[in-house]
Design a protein around this ligand. Structure first.
Ligand SMILES: Cc1ncc(COP(=O)(O)O)c(C=O)c1O
Length: 417
C-alpha cells in the first residue's frame, strides 16, 4: 500500500524553531545542509535525560542503568536506520570529522609505504584530509578521483582507472553537501572490493535525504552526523564488525576491548544520545503506517520514503523557479527528470552579486543560506570558483513547504532584478 504523502504543514508545529520571525516574516531555514532544526521531542528528551537519568554507563545504580538502556536503544535504532547487521557496529562520537580522524589513524597502522588510497573531489574535506594526513605519515600514495564535469558525480570508469593491487582504501561520499549529487555507490564499492580495498563512506549529507542500507552497499565504514537529520550534535560511525574487532583503536587501557566501546573514547555525550533516540523515533513516526515500532527498520524506511517523495516536489519546484531567473548558473544536476540523483541542495552563482552578497540579501529577507565552500574544497577547486567566493547554497529539508520554495525563488529573482 502506498504511504500517504507527507504534509509538512502538519509536522512543522513540532519544530519550535520554524516559528521564528525575522522583521515580521517567518524565517526560512534554507541552510539545512549545514544543520537541520530539531523537533521538540528531541530537546525534551535531552532535558529529561539530564534532569532524571544523568550518569555514566556501566554502573549498578538506576541512573547508570537507564543511561545504558537508552544508549542501547539509540544504537539499535541507528542499526535499523542504516540496516547494519549488529548494534556492535554502531559507534558514537563527537562528530563525523573526529570519528574519521580516529579511524584513519587506526587504518593507517595497517598500511605500508607505497600503498595507495583514493579520495575524490566531490567529498567534504572531512573525508579527504584525514586520509591525506594518514597517507603522508605512512608514505602512502594518494590518488584523486575528479568528479564528472557535467553532472558533478563520480564515474565507475574513472575509479576503475585509479584502482590497483596496492589500493588499500577508497573514501567516497554518498551525496555532495555542496551541489547535492547522490552518488551511485554500489558499483564503485564493488570495484574497490575487487582489488581488495576497503571503502569508507561519508553519508553526512545523504542521511537526511535517503534510505541508507550498509548491507546492500556492502561498504566497510559509513559515517554520518545526527545534527544533519534533526538530531543533536553527535557523530555516528558504522564499521563492519570484523574490522572494528581486529583494528587497533587509540583508546585508554581500562576501556572496553570490544566494539563499539573500544572505539568510543572518553565519556560519551549521553544527553545527545538521548536526543538521537527521540530523533529516530520522530523519523520512524513518519512511517508509523508501515510499522508501529518507530525504531524498527520498516518504520524508519517508510518514514524516509515519504521524506524522499516530498523533497522531490521541493526540488522540482525550486529547479523550475530557478530556470526562470536570468544570470543563474546552477552547478550539478538541473534536469528535472533526474531528481532521484540529487538531494534538495542547490549550489549556484548569480550574475551581479558574489555568493556572500546574495546570501546577505537573502538573510535580510529572513532566508538563511550559506555561501562559500562548505568545506567541500575539492569540488569548489575543480570548478575554479574559489576566488569568486564559491557558491550560494540553498538547501531544503523535509519540513519545508512549496510556499517556502516559492518565497526563496521570488527573493532570488528580486535580488537579480
Ligand atoms: C558531506 C559531509 N561530510 C562530512 C561533514 C562533517 O561532518 P561533522 O560536522 O559531523 O564533522 C559534513 C558537514 O557538513 C558534510 O556535509
Amino acid at each position: 500500500m502506498p504511504l500517504p504523502p507527507l504534509d509538512p504543514h502538519r509536522l512543522r508545529a513540532e519544530f519550535p524553531a520554524l516559528a521564528r520571525l525575522h522583521d515580521g516574516r517567518p524565517v526560512i531555514y534554507a541552510d539545512a545542509p549545514g544543520g537541520t532544526q530539531v523537533p521538540r521531542t528531541v530537546t525534551a528528551a535531552m532535558t529529561a535525560y539530564l534532569e532524571t537519568s544523568n550518569a555514566n554507563f556501566g554502573g549498578v545504580f538506576a541512573t547508570s542503568r537507564e543511561t545504558g538502556e537508552l544508549t542501547a536503544q539509540a544504537r539499535a535504532g541507528v542499526m535499523h536506520l542504516i540496516n547494519a547487521a549488529s548494534a556492535q557496529e554502531i559507534v558514537f562520537g563527537q562528530n563525523m570529522t573526529s570519528l574519521t580522524f580516529a579511524m584513519s589513524r587506526a587504518l593507517a597502522r595497517t598500511w605500508q609505504p607505497g600503498d595507495e588510497v583514493i579520495v575524490t573531489t566531490l567529498d567534504h574535506d572531512a573525508n579527504v584530509a584525514p586520509w591525506l594526513l594518514a597517507a603522508e605519515e605512512r608514505g602512502v600514495i594518494v590518488r584523486t578521483l575528479a568528479c564528472t564535469p557535467d553532472d558533478l558525480s563520480l564515474a565507475l570508469d574513472g575509479l576503475t582507472a585509479l584502482l590497483g593491487p596496492r589500493t588499500r582504501l577508497v573514501a567516497l561520499g554518498h551525496a555532495s553537501n555542496a551541489v547535492g549529487t547522490i552518488v551511485d555507490l554500489a558499483p564503485l564499492i564493488a570495484a574497490a572490493h575487487r582489488v581488495g580495498a576497503l571503502v569508507y563512506v561519508a553519508a553526512v549529507h545523504y542521511a537526511p535525504h535517503g534510505v541508507i542500507d550498509v548491507r546492500a552497499l556492502d561498504c566497510d565504514f559509513l559515517a554520518c552526523s545526527a545534527y544533519k537529520f534533526c538530531g543533536p550534535h553527535l557523530g555516528i560511525l558504522y564499521g563492519r564488525l570484523a574490522l572494528l574487532e581486529s583494528l587497533t583503536a587509540y583508546k585508554v587501557r581500562p576501556s572496553s576491548a570490544l566494539p563499539p566501546g573500544k572505539w568510543e573514547t572518553g565519556t560519551q555525550n549521553t544527553e545527545a544520545i538521548a536526543g538521537l533516540r527521540a530523533c529516530l523515533a520522530y523519523f520512524g513516526g513518519l512511517g508509523a503506517d508501515a510499522a508501529p515500532d518507530p525504531l524498527s527498520r520498516a518504520a524508519l524506511v517508510a518514514g524516509m520514503r515519504r521524506i524522499v517523495a516530498h523533497e522531490a516536489t521541493l526540488s522540482q519546484r525550486f529547479l523550475a523557479g530557478l530556470a526562470t531567473i536570468p544570470g543563474v548558473h546552477l552547478y550539478g544536476i538541473g534536469d528535472p527528470t533526474r531528481l532521484a540523483a540529487r538531494t534538495p541542495t542547490f549550489g549556484f552563482t548569480l550574475a551581479g552579486g558574489t555568493p556572500r552578497q546574495v546570501s546577505e540579501r537573502l538573510a535580510a529577507r529572513g532566508i538563511f543560506v550559506w555561501d562559500g565552500h562548505f568545506y567541500a574544497k575539492g569540488v569548489i577547486d575543480q570548478l575554479g570558483i574559489a576566488e569568486q567566493g564559491g557558491l550560494i547554497r540553498i538547501g531544503f529539508a523535509h519540513y519545508h513547504t512549496l510556499d517556502e520554495v516559492d518565497r526563496v525563488v521570488a527573493a532570488v529573482s528580486e535580488i537579480v532584478g
